[in-house]
Design a protein around this ligand. Structure first.
Ligand code: 13P
Length: 254
């Protein structure tokens, strides 16, 4: 973590949660956040689209941010089942995740599509959280830097800056597996991403842009991961489904 970048602790609930438990968890976290007061870290909840309204109501005035897990690249139109970034902004979202590896795998999303989604998010006034990360086979083949830098170059849209873009480094093999790279490996990839960002954008954006780590972040490893110089927060899946675990992770950041 650095002094200049406020850590962001984001919970990606993925396709989990029903009205009752989702709102309850959000209210629980809102109460803890209000009791804590500001400073230290920012918290973001990204529930499934079905829960955005309920979670938004539960966290109103708590300082917790609301985000979505995906958006379409158009503002409106004939795209059955899709939701635009402008619609998410309407609901009170401030952030949206784009290019998560599960969307890249399940829906065949490529860098060009992720780039267009991130551009749409930024145009709608949202902060785009662009996900990158290598598979286990790519890591074993020594291709991590090449793959991750390539995804960043392809997925970060023109006009991105430290205020409207967050990068999330999520090694695919670490997601939901309980396995993580070593702290040194995480730091090395994050530093490489920051250097790549300087090439894509400029030094100021690269220095200010937050780079989150995601993949089996738990209360037991959060302090070590979040202490790394170029790790500016976490994108948490499974552990964000427990208010206790997610709060423990967040408070490890500050
Ligand atoms: P887990 O924390 O469950 O490994 O998921 C990480 C993730 O994919 C967050 O977007």
């Amino acid at each position: 973590m650095s002094q200049q970048r406020t850590p962001l602790i984001a919970g990606n609930w993925k396709m989990n949660g029903r009205l009752e438990d989702g709102a309850e968890r959000a209210e629980d976290l809102a109460g803890r956040m209000q009791a804590k007061g500001g400073g230290g870290f920012q918290m973001l909840l990204c529930p499934p689209a079905t829960l955005l309204t309920a979670v938004g109501a539960a966290i109103a005035d708590s300082g917790i941010f609301l985000g979505a897990q995906d958006c379409h690249f158009n503002d409106s139109g004939a795209h059955t089942g899709d939701i635009s970034a402008a619609m998410l902004a309407d609901l009170g979202c401030s952030h949206v995740i784009v290019g998560h590896s599960e969307r890249r795998a399940d829906h065949g999303e490529n860098d060009a599509l992720v780039n267009a989604k991130a551009a749409a998010a930024i145009a709608a006034g949202l902060i785009a959280i662009v996900c990158v990360g290598e598979t286990e086979a790519q890591r074993d083949a020594g291709e991590t830097n090449q793959v991750v830098a390539g995804q960043a170059r392809g997925s970060v849209p023109d006009g991105a800056n430290a205020g409207n873009l967050v990068i999330a480094y999520e090694p695919v093999w670490a997601i939901g597996t309980g396995r993580t790279p070593t702290a040194a490996e995480v730091q090395a990839v994050h530093a490489m991403i920051r250097a790549t960002m300087a090439g894509i954008t400029n030094d100021q954006t690269a220095a200010g842009c937050r780079i989150l780590y995601g993949g089996s972040v738990k209360p037991g490893n959060a302090a070590e991961l979040l202490s790394l110089a170029d790790v500016d927060g976490g994108l948490v899946g499974g552990a964000s489904l427990s208010a206790d675990d997610f709060w423990a992770i967040a408070t490890a950041a500050g």
